[in-house]
Design a protein around this ligand. Structure first.
Ligand code: C5P
Length: 398
């Protein structure tokens, strides 16, 4: 029978927490789901669970030392980082969580995390007050925004006698959550096109009209769609964010270029997400030479740019169309009008009058609006917003 972790290499990192005594059971539950398991034990973890138990259940030598020359000869730390399809840190201590946030690499486990492209699941376990502390909560949010998944601890009585949230999630649940890292098929097989960034409308060979769009929201959506199994084509204007290398990337400058790139690739797409900040107007004429500052005033006549989203929405066999609405007043009313007027299936609304969110910020707060639905996604990183939007798109529109 095919098991969810068949052919998957899972590295289990164990940190210093009393819950480490449950870790041999986690190894067994991961194996039940078909995984090949290797163990990395931190110095703290070794205080609570024996290397021998872990070696026996995992049927592999336990890795515990960044500087062990012999271990490096058989499977070095970089090789181990590449071997893993998933790294599960369970229990994850507050200390290791904080080190991961800073990109520290002062032991084998933290070094592996920096050197890996594997999927990462973090299962915190600690005293309830340590877990509730602002530092730990902020750190976990940061790790989540870096695409790590958190296996939430449970509420209950703790080894120290406290009662609260901080008990390690059950081994079976951790193993299932590890399997789920590979199960996201919300957009499996779908083709998604996303426009993003600002368009640049030339005035003369050196000047242009543009806007503050960074492309961060669009790029986060691209990653979330890829993680959910989609093939993504990006039509990219001016951006200040790293390009998602797993997408098909097409670079454009002006709104006209963007329209052409969209229309020549839209035929095969299932979903179109129009995230670009397209300049509404462009100069009627682009001066051949740099305009001199001869006169006190200068007028530039502008003409409306094509509405790319509306063009796609008017196609006969249109894909599912999702637009963005950046509003400063009458937010929901304006967004609902836009949904209707442009003929799209959903509008993602953000309030651009709030400088903490939108445009250049790493954070956003949006409403996902369809004909019958209006749901708020509270302020959080654009990466998490993107994941939640993908969930919404797959639930409501597909
Ligand atoms: O009409 P408004 O510019 O507010 O609409 C915003 C939505 O329409 C965004 O999804 C944006 O990407 C898209 N749009 C477009 N072409 C334009 C203007 C906006 O595709 N010329």
């Amino acid at each position: 029978m095919q098991k969810p972790l068949n052919n998957k290499n899972v590295l289990l990192g164990i940190c210093g927490s009393i819950a480490a005594y449950k870790s041999p059971d986690i190894v067994r539950r991961l194996q039940d789901l078909g995984a090949e398991v290797r163990v990395v034990l931190t110095a703290g973890g070794a205080e609570f669970v024996s290397e021998r138990s872990l070696q026996t259940v995992s049927k592999n030598k336990v890795h515990d030392n960044l500087w062990d020359a012999e271990a490096e000869l058989s499977m070095g730390h970089i090789e181990l980082a590449k071997w893993a399809d998933a790294i599960v840190i369970a229990p994850a201590s507050a200390n290791t969580i904080a080190k991961l946030c800073h990109g520290r690499a002062n032991d084998l486990l933290t070094t592996l995390i920096l050197a890996t492209t594997a999927k990462i699941l973090i299962a915190p376990a600690m005293n309830q007050q340590m877990y509730a502390s602002m530092a730990t909560q902020d750190n976990l949010k940061l790790l989540e925004s870096r695409n790590m998944v958190i296996a939430k601890p449970e509420f209950g009585e703790q080894a120290c006698g406290d009662i609260g949230e901080g008990r390690l999630a059950e081994p079976t649940s951790i193993a299932l959550q590890a399997a789920n890292l590979f199960q996201n098929t919300q957009l499996g097989g779908k083709k998604v096109m996303i426009t993003l960034g600002a368009t640049i409308e030339a005035i003369d060979p050196v000047r242009f009209i543009s806007n503050h769009s960074s492309g961060k929201m669009g790029m986060a959506l691209a990653s979330a769609c890829i993680e959910a199994g989609a093939t993504v084509t990006l039509i990219i204007g001016s951006i200040s964010v790293a390009v998602e290398s797993r997408a098909i990337n097409i670079f454009v400058t002006s709104a006209d270029d963007m329209l052409e790139a969209v229309m020549s690739n839209i035929g095969e797409q299932d979903i179109f997400i129009s995230c670009a900040a397209v300049a509404d107007y462009r100069p009627v004429n682009i001066a051949q030479n740099k305009i001199k500052k001869d006169s006190e005033t200068l007028s530039i006549e502008l003409v409306r740019n094509p509405d790319i989203l509306a063009n796609v929405c008017q196609m006969k066999n249109k894909p599912i169309c999702i637009g963005f609405a950046a509003e400063t007043e009458n937010l929901i009313k304006n967004a609902k009008n836009k949904l209707k007027n442009k003929g799209c299936d959903a509008i993602i609304l953000n309030d651009v009058s709030n400088s903490k969110i939108g445009l250049k910020s790493d954070q956003n707060e949006v409403f996902f609006i369809t004909k019958d639905n209006c749901e708020k996604i509270n302020i959080t990183s654009k990466i998490i917003i993107a994941k939640k939007l993908v969930e919404k798109i797959s639930e409501v529109l597909i």
